[in-house]
Design a protein around this ligand. Structure first.
Ligand code: NAD
Ligand code: TDX
Length: 339
């Protein structure tokens, strides 16, 4: 059966954040026939500069909350798909104050699903590998789409909850929905609260990088552009009701990533501080992307992590005016937590 879908007029929620804005820029560049309405609340993590310069005729920004059902009733009609990125996305914030996570990630997804039902649009749900919990260090197993949900943090449990709502709405109400669970993204425009931008901008500011716990925790890194291409493939060619895992075989321990940053930035290998570990810190994430590769023919284009990391560092070096406004408050918040 040919399930090719050609979206002409999509809503991208969270399109002013790190990954959502990459998707918006990628679609604008590669699919000029597709109109994009960005729905974004512009929280501390949303920045309209991330989508500045795109053609007005193709990309429109609506500033608003996904939890606002009346707003959704007004803007969803006339669109043929919603790609849902909007979320509270930072684990450390979720430990300090889980409430906005429950509100946006669970309630916001519920409201979107109700609008999707009402107006019968295609829906793609962007989620995380963290819903599967963590793996032991050194074991060969990787996450697979049918694995049980075992989320550990307030953030990942709200994302897991949202995934389960999507699965239920697809099965019960027949929504045309797909889900993707992706591993850790890196690249330009990522908020300075996250691991790689934090360390890079610390070095640029003359502050020592901060490593949690033993530094042995493993993350599976993927360039955000490869994530965007995968989401487009799933939206346009994926099978309704299915879950796809997105990953680029990029497993690395945090200390290895930090050492690479230090070396790329000309710093001694021991020029960092060990700081208090994150409570409940997941040990290892690893994605088996076979289903995405075999069913949809997707392959990562950014295969050389060191090269992608060097380009990312260069972007932060040359875009200080983008990250500087958030830096001081972010570090003050970490310092108050002993991190
Ligand atoms: P981000 O924090 O950089 O951006 C989130 C965006 O959502 C911001 O623009 C923010 O203003 C917007 N937003 C937040 N609450 C909103 C609300 N109530 N209504 C409308 N807009 C709202 O996040 P990110 O890192 O770009 O992550 C995007 C999505 O990808 C999230 O769903 C996240 O769970 C998922 N994801 C992230 C990663 C990663 O490595 N960062 C990996 C896998 C999946
Ligand atoms: O200063 C730090 N030092 C440190 O050692 C920070 C900020 C983090 N870390 C560690 C914690 C993690 O093991 O680095 C690793 C990566 O941390 P984050 O960038 O906070 O990412 P993580 O918690 O792995 O979650 C990310 O990937 C999955 C995204 O933030 C989520 O939105 C996504 O779902």
């Amino acid at each position: 059966m040919d399930n090719t879908f050609e979206p002409k007029n999509i809503i991208v929620t969270g399109g002013c954040g790190f990954i959502g804005s990459n998707f918006v820029r990628w679609v604008a560049e590669n699919h000029p026939e597709t109109h994009i309405t960005v729905l974004d609340k512009l929280t501390y993590a949303g920045n309209p500069k991330n989508i500045a310069g795109l053609p007005d005729a193709q990309v429109e920004l609506v500033v608003g909350d996904i939890c606002d059902g009346e707003l959704l009733d007004r803007i969803v009609p006339g669109h043929d798909a919603i790609v849902h990125y909007a979320a509270e996305s930072h684990n450390d914030n979720s430990i300090l104050d889980p409430e906005p996570f429950v509100q946006t990630n669970v309630m916001g997804t519920y409201r979107l699903l109700q609008a999707v039902r009402k107006f019968d649009v295609r829906y793609h749900h962007v989620s995380t590998d963290e819903v599967y919990g963590d793996l032991a260090l050194g074991e060969p197993r990787r996450f697979e789409p049918g694995d049980p949900y075992r989320s550990s943090s307030p953030y990942s449990s709200t994302k897991a909850s949202s995934d389960l709502l999507v699965r239920a709405w697809e099965r019960t109400y027949g929504l045309r929905a797909t889900i993707s669970n992706c591993s850790n993204n890196y690249g330009p425009y990522q908020h300075v609260e996250k691991f790689i931008p934090r360390q890079v901008t610390n070095i640029l500011c003359g502050i020592r990088p901060k490593l949690y716990g033993t530094g042995e925790n493993v993350r599976d890194w993927i360039h955000t552009e490869d994530h965007s291409r995968a989401v487009w493939d799933i939206l346009t060619k994926g099978t309704i009701g299915e879950t796809y895992l997105i990953g680029a075989n990029g497993e690395r321990s945090n200390i290895d990533v930090l050492r690479e940053i230090l070396s790329l930035m000309g710093q001694p290998q021991d020029a960092f501080d060990w700081v208090r570990d994150r409570p409940g810190h997941d040990r290892r994430y690893a994605i088996d992307p076979t289903k995405l590769e075999e069913e949809l023919g997707w392959r990562p284009l950014h295969k050389d992590f060191s090269e992608g990391l060097a380009q990312t560092i260069e972007w932060y070096r040359t875009h200080e005016s983008w990250w500087r406004p958030a830096k001081e408050a972010t570090e003050a918040k970490y310092a108050a937590q002993g991190q």
